[in-house]
Design a protein around this ligand. Structure first.
Ligand code: NQM
Length: 291
């Protein structure tokens, strides 16, 4: 791997939609800076630096108040870059870590102190070399109190993953709804399978995120809006939203972050739904002590 890639918009537009006060961008990442926080030798992509200063400038431009920084696979299981982002946020960011399943309780406590509130299990073969379910279940059983699991998978392995997900002992948050084919529409096979998962437990949450990854027709992502709006309405107390900035691996199809924010009223039509999606729900997961 030689060239470092840029996967984010150089000058995103100002959104027309104004998020409610206290809105949380609950899925974003930081890359580096590499000189301070080198990428993992196992990284499947090598991005340019996209550090906390850039993230917080975008947060302010888009009208958000807080971030949840999810450890990106390019940093492996060394969470230093993500912890640095949280530390520099003045309490306005928390995070989700990726850990070696053999991590000790003492190390987990350090991550909690640094603002982490969950760990992520990534099942995308293009991003990670292995995803050992037995080891994941073992570490899931000894997380700090109040933590959850973030899980990232594609729709075609949901059936195979069901016994694993069913066995997870803490709340689960599914990245990008498990990447359904949104062109199938709101009642398509992928959405039906995902609804069945949500119906199986009331502590499975999801991120109504990434129209840019899920809708092949591109901006303005009409198929995404049609497929996702009913899901948000039907499961409104366990859905959160995020930009996914700096959009890892999207260098050939970079979304305008202002346009992503303008999707919000199209998937959550009322002020009440928007308040849950952007404030109440993410606060329950990441800053419960403030509620
Ligand atoms: O940002 C995301 O959620 C999705 C990613 C990248 C990723 O998850 C990672 O690098 O850890 C993807 O589909 O390439």
């Amino acid at each position: 791997m030689t060239d470092r890639i840029v996967s984010w918009h150089a000058s995103p537009s100002k959104p027309r939609y104004t998020p409610p006060a206290g809105a949380v961008d609950a899925h974003c990442h930081v890359f580096g800076p590499m000189a301070e926080f080198p990428f993992s030798p196992k990284a499947k992509y090598l991005p340019e630096d996209a550090g906390p200063d850039m993230l917080f400038a975008l947060r302010d431009q888009l009208g958000f108040a807080r971030n949840v920084i999810v450890q990106a696979s390019c940093h492996g299981t060394n969470n230093a870059a993500t912890l640095n982002g949280i530390a520099r946020s003045n309490g306005k960011a928390r995070g989700v870590a990726v850990v070696d399943p053999a991590i000790s309780e003492a190390e987990l406590a350090v991550l909690h102190e640094g603002g982490m509130r969950g760990i992520r299990f990534n099942f995308l073969k293009r991003l990670v070399d292995d995803a050992p379910k037995d080891k994941f279940l073992e570490v899931a059983a000894r997380l700090p109190k109040g933590w959850h699991i973030v899980i990232y998978f594609e729709a075609d392995i949901l059936a195979e993953l069901r016994p694993f997900i069913d066995a997870l002992p803490v709340p689960v948050v599914v990245d990008h709804m498990g990447r359904p084919d949104v062109t199938q529409g709101p009642d398509g096979a992928d959405m039906k399978a995902f609804r069945a998962l949500l119906d199986s437990r009331d502590d499975i949450w999801f991120k109504a995120t990434c129209p840019d990854r899920l809708d092949p027709a591109g901006d303005p992502w009409n198929a995404f809006a049609d497929a996702v709006a009913p899901l948000v309405a039907d499961y409104q107390d366990r859905v959160i939203w995020g930009t996914d900035w700096p959009h890892p691996n999207m260098e050939t199809n970079i979304p305008d972050d202002g346009h992503l924010v303008d999707m919000i009223p199209r998937i959550a039509a009322t002020a009440e739904l928007q308040q849950k999606l952007l404030v109440t729900n993410p606060m329950r997961l990441y800053w419960p002590e403030e509620l």
